[in-house]
Design a protein around this ligand. Structure first.
Ligand SMILES: [Zn+2]
Length: 266
């Protein structure tokens, strides 16, 4: 077998054929005496493959807590027609979740939030955010936001409808793994709707209870502010379709225009 060298500060690459694991990947050194060189390779064909996976050792979220979040998102939508976010903390000793609402500014297709300080005895294990009246998915912006945020990330879409959409992913080191909603949220079930292509979900409430029996702490709403943004000013080199796209607050990418120069700064 060709030797494998881990190339660190203390290591020299020996002569002869070998694989070298370096800072930026795997290299193969070929040395036949007359011809020699070291080139990058994308695999070590004689080794076994690793199948990437992620596991997160937390229990499903209770119906009560998820319903609170759902009702909160609906209230924010009714006030601002916008998205919102909550952070999910978990206490390993008591095996309980804590829903924490960070300070956030929101608009119909995006939001900005200030990450909370740590919660005593709890670990940050994920997030839940809404997509207003859009369907649930994880956008490129979500992926970017969650690149350094390992954990369970849930998106709730169509919050203005009784039957909402869901997208769940576990993120680890910027890799993402799709999850089944029923495995992570207690008391929900898929609702088959005619004329609806995306999967929709509804709550299965305890007997005698209605949605009105579940409310969220009203102080949560105090953390949410509507985003105010100035009329965007575009550099001349912007193409017309970019202008059209960015003029529409419901289109992606979001916030790009907030960083553009203001009148007088150009
Ligand atoms: Zn999103």
């Amino acid at each position: 077998m060709i030797p494998i060298v881990i190339y660190s500060k203390q290591t020299e690459i020996p002569s002869g054929n070998c694989y070298v694991i370096a800072k930026d990947g795997v290299y193969l050194q070929k040395d036949t005496g007359l011809i020699s060189g070291i080139v990058k390779v994308d695999k070590l064909s004689f080794l076994k493959e690793v199948i990437a996976r992620a596991e997160i050792k937390i229990p499903p979220i209770s119906l009560e807590q998820f319903l609170q979040v759902r009702m909160f998102f609906r209230a924010v939508y009714n006030l601002y027609r916008s998205e919102a976010i909550v952070l999910l903390y978990y206490n390993e000793a008591s095996q309980e979740y804590l829903i924490s609402v960070p300070e956030q500014t929101v608009h119909p297709s995006g939001l900005k939030y200030i990450p909370e300080k740590t919660e005593k005895d709890y670990k940050l294990v994920g997030s839940i955010h809404s997509h207003a009246n859009f369907s649930a998915f994880h956008s490129n912006i979500d992926h970017k936001d969650e690149a350094n945020f390992d954990g369970l990330h849930i998106t709730i879409g169509n919050v203005n409808k009784r039957n909402f959409s869901l997208s769940l992913e576990v993120a680890i080191n910027n890799n993402r793994f799709k999850q089944e909603p029923e495995e992570w949220i207690i008391g929900i079930a898929e609702k088959k709707l005619i004329l609806e292509t995306s999967k929709r979900y509804h709550f299965i409430l305890e007997e005698g209870k209605t949605m009105k029996d579940y409310s969220f702490p009203q102080r949560w709403l105090k953390k949410v502010k509507e985003m105010v943004y100035e009329e965007p000013v575009y550099p001349e080199y912007f193409k017309l379709e970019d202008k059209l796209n960015q003029n529409n607050p419901l289109s992606f990418p979001q916030f790009k225009y907030l960083d553009l120069p203001k009148p007088g700064e150009r």
